[in-house]
Ligand binder design. Sequence first.
Ligand code: SF4
Length: 334
Amino acid sequence: MTQQPIIKVQNLKKYFPLRRGLIGFLKGAPIRYVKAVDGISFEIKKGEVFGLVGESGCGKTTTGRLILRLIEPTEGRIFYNGRDITRIPKKELRPLRRELQVIFQDPYGSLDPRFTVASIIEEPLIIHKIGDSSRERIELISKALEEVKLTPPEEFLWRYPHQLSGGQRQRVAIARALILKPKFIVADEPVSMLDVSIRAEILNLMEELREKYGLTYLFITHDLAVARYFSHRIAVMYLGKIVEMADSDTIVENPLHPYTQALIAAVPEPDPSNREKRREIKIKGEVPSAAAIPPGCRFHPRCPYAMKICKEKEPPMVEVEPGHQVACWLYAKA
Ligand code: SF4
């Protein structure tokens, strides 16, 4: 892993407007927004696995889609290898799409059931005009299947997705992402729909490919235990904001933000001697809607340590030790 960032995100925001309805429109009611991503900044180094963790609806998938330029940001900037790609036109995006790939959560939904494995993996080759003939493309596809350990490839090339197991389908999805020789992959909950027994196999395969090809991953997950297993660093997101960021072991062994502490407390700890070391913390209620974000610290309605300032002012992100940042008034000066 080098120190050079492959991805840099600065104050990134994505607000989705809410429909006002006819009465609201006629009355001239102001447009309300769902603030899915609300001003986040981070860097991902080349060769790194950067875990983005949080409950569903916290904005982690939107962040991945923004970086891939699948949706347009409301504000902020995205850099890829030092180049500002926030607003580059579609024509210039095409060559970039080869380098920036995605693996989705649901291999059932992301693989078209009407196509064979060969046609599914061939599609990006055709789009990017790689391989002069069908024969040449089949050779490349067979090689990609070998890379993801679907061997011998002839046994899988002409199968349909429904003829594969969940793990095999996810391997096909990885092969499809890999065939374009990408440099950066957004892996959005790539193992959450798989049986526990095959999750480690898929993660180990992704790790092997990372080492072999120097890949960088943005690894999106709701599962802190999986994030720790697979990521070098972790950022914890809550309601569109990053609330804590550090290397994976620090986040799990020394969580500072009350939300991170609550997430850690919810992870089963198999070793009884470690259970006592954990800070038990109970948070109240449900995650509020991203269309009605609480003022001040957005976690304050659920936080057992909330103080007066928490309800009034948003806490800044502060570095409490090298590489460990947290956004909480317990660690910042007012
Ligand atoms: Fe809790 Fe206040 Fe820290 Fe927010 S800023 S997490 S409300 S202590």
